[in-house]
Design a protein around this ligand. Structure first.
Ligand code: BDP
Length: 702
């Protein structure tokens, strides 16, 4: 009996493959369904390509790797396939019928003369087509009649790494930097290749490798040599490299007296530096610049404008293909102002003055990557400037690495918002893809969440946010559910019931997170500096707009920031249709209510509850929902790899504890203004406000 038990346990342990998550969604494990496998095998007898390009070779190698894993057979490369059928053909073709409707990175996959042909105008298009075919197989689709024509909506689909030369990552929650600066250029960490594969598989074609709070060190010959080594690895995957630059580099690195963008010597310095960079990286993507923002140097230090600064760099880039990405994330410390308006106000007079090589990169919302923000009022208001989108994939304000928060619905909420710039249907997405205002170039950037952790993103579900960002940059019309479904099938389980359960869990996760952190349109109440956990009472900081009270404006009357005119007229930055949508507290979507209105605690909302009761209800409900998420996850135990299951299980426990922390902190703090009881049947927190305030010290956050 005992021996039998040991045998059973041994068999079970052999079948439970410990998955450390390092392979992301490119697992390529053998498909268990034999019939399905056979059907794919019949269509993938060989891989044929003639185009002599490293990127096409990457596509062919990836298909070979994928087929070997998924189908359990090594598929060989063939050049001459005359008369042969049942294989995969990769074709770069600049003028054939199959590519007529394709953009540069687009691809078509069709059955032609007995083969599955992936055709594109460029090698990169073939690579994206190869990954699409693999995704079809990974997710169990029938490819016997495959017919796809697919173009990316946005041209530059980019990750922004906030990685520092010393190996730390600003707002990174998955270990240290994945770039090993001390080892480069001599040792190439194999993870760079895995990183390139993962990005290419979701259509990402650009990466800026260092923090926007940039060190000039990245422009030294020593570092250019290191960056070149990274660029050489990423190039065959269709990914170009950008560098974040420090605007003061001519002075700090070049030894000049100034970094004034109108100074001829400064201009020469940038021209020479840009040429020098191209000697290392001939296809350099360009510069990313954070200037005159949060203490960073910039053109305003010399009485010049953002356009003066950006255009100077564009001029240096003129002989080359590269571009200049200039961030619009700027705000000054004005206790009587409204940070909401800063980017708009500083940039509005400059619309139409930027060089065509400049893209102005705007965060999705006007404050700072809050879990829910109204779309940035710059979108739709800058017809003469190419605006790019900046999303934050790393979850600085969205639970860092301990909360399960699926971000696709947040990205989409912004992209689907209607600016009404040119009437109904002028969505943010159409501003970004250039179609609304006829811009040639387009950009969507995401602040990366990758780090040195073995599974790249610490929380296994944070991988889904990287995946979703890439998929949406490619096609913002994909639904959040579909993207989640792809990721789950490729990453977590092939069991359909389990897939559906996980999909529901992911789709609920953002509203749940918002319930116990920032319900009803509240924002910016996180712990000072580290941004971890709640600190709604924060009233003093380095700047007024780094406190919490600046944003929530709680007083004895009510809660929220009146932006309809009394305190700030920020709402007037939007088109009349948008103003109408948010301008009346009785009609405003509750999710945005306190972004625009100071609402009395006693006011009855559309839910039938008073503001105070609704606030309490949402905080409490958020915690309950996390508990339900835990129970739902427990029910998946037998369907998920043990290591991943336990990893998520542990993090959900932390999430519950922290949801309670947020709930108690916010409810106990706001009750001091509302002076109303916590409505029954909700049970008042067991701890006092003072006890909750001490948690910041107990958790060693300060
Ligand atoms: C803020 C981050 C800060 C970044 C800044 C930025 O807290 O670390 O440097 O954004 O985007 O949200 O520049």
């Amino acid at each position: 009996m005992f021996r039998k038990l040991i045998l059973v346990l041994w068999i079970i342990s052999c079948n439970t493959f410990a998955d450390d998550g390092s392979r992301l969604w490119l697992k390529y494990d053998l498909l268990k369904d034999t019939q399905q496998r056979e059907s794919y095998i019949a269509l993938t007898k060989y891989i044929s390509f003639t185009h002599d390009s490293p990127i096409v070779a990457t596509a062919a190698n990836e298909l070979q790797l994928g087929f070997e894993g998924l189908l359990g057979k090594k598929v060989s490369f063939l050049r001459n396939i005359s008369g042969k059928t049942g294989g995969i053909v990769l074709e770069v073709n600049s003028d054939g019928a199959s590519v007529q409707n394709l953009a540069d990175d687009g691809f078509a996959i069709n059955h032609l003369k007995g083969n599955i042909v992936i055709s594109a105008k460029t090698p990169s298009g073939v690579l994206y087509g190869a990954f699409e075919l693999l995704r079809n197989i990974q997710t169990g689709k029938n490819i016997s009649k495959i017919a796809i024509t697919n173009n990316p909506k946005v041209k530059i689909r980019m990750l922004n790494h906030w990685d520092n030369a010393n190996g730390t990552v600003e707002r990174g929650y998955a270990g240290s930097s994945m770039w090993k600066w001390t080892e480069l250029p001599f040792r190439i960490d194999p993870r760079y290749i895995q990183y390139a594969r993962a990005n290419a598989s979701i259509g990402i074609n650009a990466t800026s490798i260092n923090n926007v709070n940039a060190s000039s060190r990245f422009l030294t010959p020593e570092y250019l040599e290191k960056i070149k080594a990274v660029a050489d690895v990423l190039r065959p995957y269709g990914i170009s490299v950008f560098i974040s630059v420090n605007f003061a580099s001519p002075r700090t690195l070049g030894g000049l007296k100034t970094s004034d963008p109108l100074d001829p010597e400064v201009r020469k310095w940038w021209n020479d530096k840009t040429k020098e960079i191209h000697e290392y990286i001939h296809d350099f993507g360009g510069f990313l610049v954070k200037a005159n923002s949060e203490g960073q140097p910039g053109p305003q230090d010399y009485g010049r404008t953002h356009a003066d600064g950006a255009n100077m760099l564009a001029e240096a880039m003129r002989p080359f293909k590269g571009i200049v990405i200039w961030r619009a994330f700027v705000y000054k410390a004005d206790p009587n102002g409204d940070r909401f308006k800063e980017g708009y106000d500083q940039f509005k007079p400059l619309d139409g003055t930027f060089d065509p090589k400049v893209i102005v990169q705007v965060k999705n919302g006007p404050i700072d990557f809050m879990p829910r923000e109204p779309f940035h009022p710059m979108f739709g208001a800058f017809p003469k400037t190419t605006l790019g989108m900046e999303f934050q994939i790393t979850q600085e304000y969205l639970g860092q690495s301990t909360h399960l928060t699926y971000l696709a619905p947040m990205f989409k909420e912004c992209l689907d918002s209607d600016t009404y710039a040119q009437g109904k249907g002028s969505t943010v997405a159409r501003v970004i893809d250039g179609s609304l205002e006829s811009h040639q170039n387009s950009l969507m950037a995401g602040v990366a969440n990758t780090g040195s952790d073995v599974n790249w993103t610490a929380h296994p579900f944070n991988q889904a946010n990287w995946y979703a960002f890439g998929r949406l940059a490619w096609d913002y019309n994909l639904s959040s559910e579909q993207i989640a479904a792809e990721w789950i099938a490729m990453t977590l389980t092939k069991n359909k019931t389990a897939q559906d359960k996980i999909n529901t869990l992911m789709m609920q996760s953002l509203p749940v997170y918002i319930s116990y952190t920032y319900p009803l349109g509240t924002a910016h109440m996180m712990g000072e500096g580290h941004h971890y956990g709640p600190e709604p009472w924060l009233a003093k900081s380095g700047r007024p707009d780094w406190t919490s009270v600046y944003y929530h404006r709680a007083d004895s009357v009510g809660l929220g920031f009146d932006r309809t005119g009394k305190v700030s007229n920020a709402l007037s930055l939007y088109k009349p249709e948008v103003r109408k949508q948010w301008g009346n507290a009785d009609e405003c979507d509750l999710n945005y209510l306190l972004w625009f209105h100071h609402v009395p605690w006693t006011k009855k909302l559309s839910t039938g509850r008073t503001l105070w009761d609704e606030l309490c209800f949402r905080y409490y409900d958020g915690v309950e929902q996390v508990r339900k998420m835990q129970t739902n996850w427990e029910s998946l135990k037998n369907e998920i790899d043990t290591e991943t299951f336990e990893n998520v299980q542990g993090r959900l426990k932390i999430q519950e504890k922290e949801a309670l922390w947020w709930r108690d902190a916010c409810v106990l703090y706001f009750i001091t203004y509302a002076k109303m009881p916590i409505p029954a049947p909700l049970v008042p927190p067991a701890r006092s406000l003072d006890e909750v305030k001490k948690l910041v010290e107990i958790y060693h956050l300060r």
